[in-house]
Write a protein that binds this ligand. Structure first.
Ligand SMILES: Cc1cc2nc3c(=O)[nH]c(=O)nc-3n(C[C@H](O)[C@H](O)[C@H](O)COP(=O)(O)OP(=O)(O)OC[C@H]3O[C@@H](n4cnc5c(N)ncnc54)[C@H](O)[C@@H]3O)c2cc1C
Ligand SMILES: NC(=O)c1ccc[n+]([C@@H]2O[C@H](COP(=O)([O-])OP(=O)(O)OC[C@H]3O[C@@H](n4cnc5c(N)ncnc54)[C@H](OP(=O)(O)O)[C@@H]3O)[C@@H](O)[C@H]2O)c1
Length: 439
């Protein structure tokens, strides 16, 4: 055990804790260390499919929103790699995910507070410190930052299916190469489902792709200006102050603002299907069937074949479909990591069983106030649909840094939103709920 008590220990190094580490790199008075179980940085490697693009601006990087002079910005990365001018000349509307992942990896290699190949295993709260067990050994820390991401969401009907004939989208890059199945069903009408269908269209040996979505159609991501107001700190502050019932209702309504399919992906797919029709004019079976508005309710495996039963919401009927392989592009869900189980009974849960998060992203628990447990990527229902996205990651990291320091080191104050959300507008032009503007 190190004799030194850290100010913060972080579990997981995905983009969210990486952003926190990058922001804290400019705060030398805090001693911090982050642990990642992977041997080196990787950003959703199973979804690094050819042609995948970012859904957010490069200005929504790890630091810029609250720390524009940080050396860990995307622009710094471009300059360091001598690609600044060529990047501009490429005129990307959406940057390749591969390049953004490379940027994240560059930051991860540059920060000295990160430890890779070291899983965080156990945590115990004792006398004002957390005792933390990692593969690297034991340490002590006054606060924790849990950035372990989400786990694949697999529908109950898929649980009994053999692993050889079903996999989650998070494994797509590995499982799609050398695929043998003739008839494939992709379940899920979000961005992952769309990217996998696009990749399958390039695959030899696949006779039919069925794209099944529960949503009424293949619905676009709404990235228009007033919807983008939901991805601002000012909106997040107001959202967090609402009663739980309203937050849950609003989140359900806003799903396409965060989880629709990018317009560019939809257009690309539509054109590919159109061109396929041109090429196969006299062929009745064109190898793809698009089935939105279908809720898969059962799957029965018989040897190498699976029969899916679906409720079709368009004509309210039951449909069946026989396939050889099922790709579950059915999203992700947050679960409390195992290492927090020792504190389980001390953590306040919401009506839907999620940890209650304070405005500074620390969870509500019965321990001492100075021992905070910040949880990232668990706040969709407490802070809004922007919380699981990159959009406000740099700002959130600054809010957490301020909370650790106990003063406004980073200026996190913002102008009031353009839209007046609440009946009673805030009197000043600055948001004040989560963080005040630094003097
Ligand atoms: C394919 C994909 C693309 C996306 N693209 C965008 C986008 O373009 N724009 C956008 O705004 N959002 C995007 N998102 C949403 C979101 O930004 C990402 O999911 C993001 O990766 C979340 O970051 P994270 O740090 O919470 O989790 P993750 O990236 O999942 O990282 C968590 C890390 O924690 C590690 N870990 C877990 N448990 C432990 C432990 N006990 N000890 C040590 N390490 C542990 C894991 O190995 C992992 O590396 C995307 C999501 C997906 C799935
Ligand atoms: N390139 C990129 O930037 C990129 C790539 C991938 C993902 N992402 C992001 O990562 C997040 C997760 O995306 P995702 O596509 O993995 O998940 P997602 O957006 O949650 O989509 C999951 C889909 O599965 C459907 N579904 C679940 N159970 C079903 C069932 N039984 N029958 C039929 N359909 C079912 C859901 O329908 P309902 O909506 O009805 O529940 C939804 O359409 C999103 O924010 C996304 O934008 C980004």
């Amino acid at each position: 055990m190190t004799s030194h008590v850290l100010d913060l220990a972080g579990a997981g190094i995905g983009p969210f804790n990486l952003s926190l580490a990058a922001q804290l790199d400019s705060v030398p008075q805090l001693s911090v260390r982050f642990f990642e179980r992977r041997p080196s940085f990787a950003w959703h490697p199973g979804m690094m499919l050819p042609g995948a693009e970012m859904q957010t601006s490069i200005l929504k990087d790890l630091v810029t929103a609250t720390n524009p002079t940080s050396r860990w910005s995307f622009l710094s990365y471009l300059v360091a790699h001598k690609r600044f001018y060529q990047f501009l000349n490429a005129e990307y509307e959406a940057v390749p995910r591969k390049e953004f992942a490379d940027y994240l990896g560059w930051v991860a290699r540059g920060l000295t507070s990160l430890r890779f190949g070291s899983q965080l295993r156990e945590i115990h709260a004792n006398d004002g410190v957390f005792s933390v067990t990692t593969d690297d050994g034991a340490i002590e820390a006054r606060s924790l930052s849990v950035g372990v991401g989400k786990i694949p969401a697999r529908p109950a009907w898929a649980e009994q299916l053999a692993k050889s004939i079903t996999f989650h989208s998070s494994e797509a890059a590995q499982r799609l190469s050398g695929i043998k199945a003739a008839r494939i069903a992709v379940i899920g009408g979000g961005q992952s489902g769309a990217e996998i269908v696009d990749a399958l269209l390039d695959q030899n040996g696949v006779s039919t792709i069925h794209w099944v979505s529960r949503r009424p159609n293949f619905e676009p991501l709404d990235a228009t200006p007033f919807t983008n107001e939901l991805f601002t700190p000012s909106y997040m502050e107001r959202f967090h102050g609402l009663p739980e019932e309203l937050r849950l209702t609003h989140t359900r309504r806003q799903v396409l603002a965060s989880d629709g399919v990018s317009a560019s992906t939809l257009k690309k797919l539509y054109r590919r299907l159109y061109e396929r029709r041109l090429e196969m004019l006299n062929t009745p079976d064109q190898g793809i069937s698009l089935r939105p508005f279908r809720n898969v309710i059962a799957a029965v495996q018989d040897g190498p074949e699976v029969t899916l039963t679906m409720r079709n919401g368009f004509d309210d009927s039951i449909e069946t479909l026989a396939v050889d392989l099922i790709v579950l592009a059915t999203g992700y869900r947050f679960v409390l990591p195992d290492f927090l189980h020792s504190l389980e009974n001390r953590i306040e849960l919401s009506s839907i069983g999620e940890p209650v998060l304070n405005s500074d992203f620390s969870l509500a628990w019965d321990g001492p106030g100075e021992n905070r447990i910040f949880v990232l990527n668990a706040g969709r229902h407490s802070h809004g649909i922007a919380e699981p996205q990159l959009s406000l990651a740099a700002w959130r990291s600054a809010v957490i840094a301020n909370a650790l320091l106990g003063h406004e080191h980073f200026n996190v104050g913002q102008l009031d939103p353009i839209v007046q959300w609440e009946t009673q507008a805030h009197p000043s032009g600055l948001s004040t709920h989560m963080g005040q503007a630094a003097e």
